[in-house]
Structures are given as structure tokens and as C-alpha cells.
Design a protein around this ligand. Structure first.
Ligand code: ATP
Length: 299
């Protein structure tokens, strides 16, 4: 079942159309990647879900109810442009964010203790935000987003500003939240994060939803069924349909699967040398993204 249903959503900024007929179901308990080039309309969509903006037409339903102010208590939003109060201490700030999301004071204190410890920033609780490094402030902003235990978490570029170690820590936190049943919408330009984290994707380009679905289904749809073989070649007299993509110590060949059965390919390839690796070449989300955006721009 979906936690969020978006029907025929339109948003205009004057003459400019920022979202056009968006229809999207956000499956409960999954991580949905919201992808798209700059200016596609991702932030506009996210702002409508967070009730910062109002759509011109269409409907958003949260847990089957028309989006309402009270739903904000069940949604956590990490905006791309972070907003912490520089002069406030870490602890006061987090209690403040928890309180405005409806967490009672005593609970808020306990949750702050828990999260500061969990993200190894306990020593900074009495420091002002302006005294923190960018990465530390990002951690505090992350805590502020999750402290009220929202059912839906919307994260806009959650890894920006983090070193690789802390990015991995945040990634693990996101996965843990998913394990606990939280639905996550993740907007990012980092395709490696999409591959690592997302179960579903929605690709927006120029205000329209180009494609959406489970990552595995999307990959299957755009799979050209190609084998990639790495070979220590002893002979080079390959069939003309085999594509040589790299010639270094090892030769990399691409062979269209529709031509042959996999066992046939392997036995044929073995005649040309020692096979070092052999497998399907699955399209990456990055390749699908670029191809689809280019096709829609020229179509
Ligand atoms: N408040 C606004 N007033 C006028 N135009 C706006 C406003 N907000 C967004 N737009 C326009 O709507 C379009 C979509 O913008 P949006 O910020 O949603 O894109 P995005 O997909 O989030 O891009 P990015 O990846 O660069 O963050 C853009 O053309 C943008 O200029």
C-alpha cells in the first residue's frame, strides 16, 4: 500500500510550468529515489508534499487522507538548503525542532540524548551551531529531521557536506530507519547512492514524470541483454557482431544476448583465450537516467 498518493499534480510559477500532470504512488516502507536534472521540478514536488507550496491542480494524499497540516507531524524533511539557528546550542536547537513537531519536552530530551550519542556528537551538545564544522552541523540537521520519528522522511541531498566515513554512517542510519518501517524519499544527484539505497525510482524531467517503478523492473525494462566478457586473448578473429570495448592486458568484449544462449557464448569465447570474467552487463541507473533525459529532450 502507498503512504503517499499523488494525482494529476500541476504547479505553475507565473507562465512557467514546474510540475505537469504528476501521478505517483510512494510505496510504504521503501526508499524512493526522486531523480532528475537541475530545474526538473523535484524540489517543487517535495515542497508541495511538505505544504510549503500549494499545488495549482491535483491532489496529494497521505495515508489515504487529503494532505492536511497535521500530517506534518508524521513527515520529516531535510531540505537541501539547511536551516539551523547559528546562535542556538545543539541541544536547545534539537529540543526546539522536536517540540514543534509535537514531541513532549521530556521525550524530546531523551531523544536528543539518544541521537547525539548515536551519531557521536554528544560532546558538542552545548556548542553553538556556528562553532560546528559543516559535517557536524549536517549531522545535527539530520537529527532534527528524524527526531519526531516521522513515518515519511524526505531527504534532499542528505550526503552533501559529509566525508566518506560520515556519509557511510548516514547511509546506515537511513537503512536502519527503513528497517523500522519508515518510508523515505531521497532526492539526490549521486547515482551511487541511488544504486546502494533505493528500491524504487521516479525520474522527473522538465516538469514531467518520465518513468517510475521498482529499480529492478526499470533496469529490466532498459536492459539491452548484453554479455560482457573479459578475456586474455590468444586469437582475435572474433565474429563481427562482437564489440571490442577495451584492449589492454585483458580484452573486454560485449556480445548481444539475443544472438546466443549464454552457454553458447561462453563456449565460443573460450576458443579465443582464457576467460577471466563473464556476466550480464546490467544498465546502471546513471545510464538509464542520461538516456531517458536525452531522449525526452530531443523527443
Ligand atoms: N519560487 C519560485 N518562483 C519561480 N520559479 C520557481 C520557483 N521555484 C522553482 N521555480 C522554477 O521551477 C522549476 C523547477 O525548480 P525546482 O527547484 O523544483 O527544480 P529541481 O528539480 O529541484 O532542481 P535542482 O536539481 O537544481 O535542485 C525551475 O525552472 C525553477 O526555476
Amino acid at each position: 500500500m502507498s503512504i503517499l498518493s499523488i494525482h494529476q499534480l500541476y504547479k505553475y510559477f507565473g507562465e512557467h510550468i514546474a510540475l505537469e500532470d504528476i501521478n505517483l504512488e510512494v510505496p510504504r516502507g521503501m526508499i524512493l529515489g526522486i531523480l532528475g536534472p537541475n530545474g526538473a521540478g523535484k524540489t517543487t514536488l517535495i515542497r508541495i508534499i511538505n505544504q510549503i507550496l500549494k499545488q495549482d491542480r491535483g491532489e496529494v494524499k497521505f495515508q489515504n487522507e487529503r494532505l492536511h497540516r497535521s500530517h506534518i507531524f508524521n513527515i520529516g524533511y531535510l531540505p537541501e538548503e539547511r536551516g539551523l539557528y547559528k546562535k542556538m546550542t545543539v541541544q536547545d536547537q534539537l529540543i526546539y525542532f522536536a517540540r514543534i513537531k509535537g514531541v513532549p519536552y521530556k521525550d524530546a530530551q531523551l531523544k536528543v540524548d539518544f541521537w547525539l550519542e548515536k551519531l557521536s556528537v554528544g560532546a558538542w551538545r552545548d556548542k553553538k551551531i556556528e562553532e560546528l564544522s559543516k559535517g557536524m552541523a549536517q549531522k545535527i540537521q539530520f537529527i532534527a529531521t528524524v527526531i519526531h520519528e516521522p513515518k515519511l522522511l524526505i531527504l534532499d541531498e542528505p550526503f552533501s557536506g559529509f566525508d566518506p566515513v560520515n556519509a557511510a554512517l548516514i547511509r546506515d542510519e537511513i537503512l536502519e530507519l527503513k528497517e523500522r518501517g519508515v518510508t523515505i524519499m531521497l532526492s539526490t544527484h549521486r547515482m551511487d547512492s541511488v544504486e546502494q539505497l533505493c528500491d524504487h525510482v521516479a525520474l522527473i524531467n522538465k516538469s514531467k514524470l518520465l518513468l517510475h517503478g521498482a529499480i529492478e523492473e526499470v533496469k529490466e525494462r532498459f536492459d539491452d541483454k548484453i554479455f560482457e566478457v573479459k578475456l586474455q586473448a590468444s586469437s582475435f578473429d572474433f565474429p563481427i557482431s562482437w564489440q571490442v570495448v577495451e584492449k589492454s592486458d585483458l580484452l573486454t568484449l560485449r556480445i548481444s544476448q539475443s544472438d546466443y544462449h549464454s552457454n553458447d557464448i561462453l563456449s565460443q569465447v573460450m576458443r579465443f583465450g582464457e576467460v577471466r570474467s563473464f556476466g550480464f552487463l546490467r544498465p546502471s541507473m546513471e545510464e538509464i537516467f542520461i538516456k531517458q533525459v536525452k531522449a525526452s529532450d530531443h523527443g
